[in-house]
Write a protein that binds this ligand. Structure first.
Ligand SMILES: [Zn+2]
Length: 282
């Protein structure tokens, strides 16, 4: 990229990001948000990725790292816009997944280029997490990995020099676990992956939606009649395909659940939704 091309690249990047930033609010038009997403994705695929590939081939690590930063920023912008669109679309679960993806992309951008401005964005997303969404209950799985592979050289992680989390040739090194056995899943406060969440809780016999707090009923709910304890329907593994039911009768889970604010409701003795009065120590 010569000086003129670099200037043009920066100009396009700045204008796309500032236009998108202006659309990152709930009342903004979904149509405009969709157009902004398309423009960002086009720029990412046609400009950023091409430049990154060229810089890597030329052995320009610093340049490739800069492109990784741009790539992460564009992804974060796309995910945040998609989150607002899904919130308007009332698909709260998808909106949550986009929020988590946006947070990961912003962390990637910070990792590629530590910068205070991006730090502000991370704070904004954290505020959205706590102010726009209700408190979530997270899950973490215990597994035995049969294979641990490096995403950069695709060999066993123990036998290569790459370190997960570090940047090589414009890419983050990631630890891949292609095959594993799952042993257990736990309710946790600080999960590895915030996409692993409870979707519905058993609330005195009713299954309530974790986002809307509406009572939901379906065939799967009926299957559980007569089971003991509270049931949580949750996504417990990344990839969001597996949904299991988790029984809060397990005392370890109950203890953690109690620490979550929303679960104060589970301790209520009626369905009125009233919260118990705090004691003097609280
Ligand atoms: Zn490697």
């Amino acid at each position: 990229m010569d000086e003129k091309q670099e200037l043009q690249f920066r100009k396009t990047f700045d204008s796309l990001v500032s236009e998108a930033w202006n659309l990152c609010f709930l009342p903004r038009s979904s149509q405009l948000q969709q157009l902004a997403i398309k423009a960002l994705e086009k720029f990412r695929d046609e400009e950023v990725l091409t430049a990154k590939k060229r810089l890597c081939a030329a052995g320009n690590d610093a340049g490739a790292r800069t492109m990784l930063y741009h790539h992460s920023i564009v992804d974060a912008m796309v995910f945040e816009l998609a989150m607002w669109m899904e919130l308007n679309n009332q698909d709260h679960e998808r909106a949550w997944r986009y929020l988590v993806a946006a947070q990961a992309a912003v962390r990637g951008a910070l990792n590629a280029r530590p910068q205070s401005k991006v730090n502000m964005w991370a704070k904004k997303l954290r505020q959205i997490e706590t102010c726009v969404f209700p408190p979530m209950l997270f899950f973490s799985i215990g597994i035995t990995a049969h294979e641990r592979t490096c995403s950069i050289c695709e060999t066993a992680i123990e036998s290569c020099d790459h370190v997960p989390g570090r940047i090589y040739g414009g890419e983050f090194c990631r630890l891949l676990i292609p095959t594993s056995t799952q042993h257990e899943c736990s309710v946790v406060l600080n999960p590895e992956n915030k996409a692993c969440i409870a979707l519905r809780y058993d609330f005195f016999g009713d299954l309530v939606n974790a986002f809307t707090w509406e009572v939901t009923e379906d065939e799967r709910a009926k299957d559980d009649e007569g089971s003991d304890g509270h049931i949580i329907e949750a996504i417990v593994t990344p990839g969001l395909l597996q949904r299991v039911r988790y029984n809060i009768a397990d005392p370890r889970a109950r203890d953690i659940v109690k620490k979550q604010h929303f679960c104060v409701s589970l301790a209520l003795d009626d369905k009125s939704g009233r919260l118990p009065l705090p004691t003097q120590n609280e």
